[in-house]
Design a protein around this ligand. Structure first.
Ligand code: ADP
Length: 249
């Protein structure tokens, strides 16, 4: 599934400390990471381990105190906020636990927005949106507002919004964290399906069962990678047989 192109994202020596009230939180304490094209990597570990912070660093939502990030071989150290925003429209899709949809925009408008912002013609944005919504089982919901949808449906809309510009990298931060078991299964199946078609994914989850959908599981603990279990080509686990498909209520 991976190829000879540069890693879709690479990080070296990442450090991030949060200064809030009370003692500083050393969220990321020196992380090296490389994600190949087409890989599905889960980052798992207990609450407070620093997983979300790491994902935010990889998506440019927070800046590291130390270390470097490369996107598709391009060093992002000197990227401005505006440049990161462009990368998040074109090269990196992100889904969050709480969907972050625009509440007063319809499903279609939420999904098309990143395409229109990226300069895609309205006609093409509409076609891409229709195709994604169909694929995600959201036919008939085009004109709904996010608040009229179930959590699972809202997360599927968020997924469509994240993928409409065909970003090489999808970052997912606890995407099932606020869903019931049915919604969780739906979202995880969709992630697996997009991965089977070559989508690179970095999934943050505290749930080891969900992490088993990935083909590489990184255990994160106390701001560091404690274990990095990559399955090589000789593994018997093939796309489409990921553990999540066995999840039951
Ligand atoms: P995880 O995703 O594994 O639960 P986080 O990255 O959210 O871990 O948090 C790691 C540590 O950093 C925790 O101690 C958390 O309280 C702290 N932290 C995260 N974000 C902030 C922030 N914006 N300000 C202050 N502390 C933060």
């Amino acid at each position: 599934m991976s190829d000879s192109r540069p890693p879709v994202v690479r990080a070296k020596g990442l450090v991030k400390t949060h200064y809030g009230e009370g003692a500083p939180a050393h969220a990321v304490r020196g992380v090296d990471l490389s994600v190949a094209r087409g890989e599905f990597v889960a980052i798992t570990g207990p609450s407070g381990a620093g997983k979300s912070t790491l994902l935010h660093l990889l998506g440019g939502l927070q800046r590291p105190d130390e270390g470097s990030i490369w996107l598709d071989g391009r060093c992002a150290d000197s990227f401005s906020e505006a440049r990161w925003a462009v990368e998040r429209r074109r090269a990196i899709g992100i889904v969050f636990q709480f969907f972050n949809l625009v509440s007063n925009l319809s499903v279609v408008d939420n999904v098309e927005l990143p395409a229109l912002l990226a300069g895609v013609s309205p006609k093409r944005a509409h076609a891409e949106c229709a195709s994604l919504l169909g694929e995600l089982g959201l036919d008939g919901k085009e004109r709904s507002l996010p608040g009229e949808l179930s959590g699972g449906e809202q997360q599927r809309v968020a997924l469509a919004r994240a993928l409409i510009n065909h970003p090489p990298l999808l970052l997912a931060d606890e995407p099932a964290g606020s869903l019931d078991s049915k919604g969780t299964r739906e979202v995880m199946r969709l992630l697996s399906r997009f991965h089977e078609r070559g989508q690179s994914i970095v999934l943050v989850t505290h749930d080891a069962r969900l992490a088993s959908a990935a083909d590489r599981v990184i255990s994160f603990y106390d701001g560091r990678i404690a274990d990095d279990a990559a399955l090589d080509g000789t593994s018997s686990r093939k796309p489409g047989t990921s553990g999540v498909l066995e999840l039951r209520d």
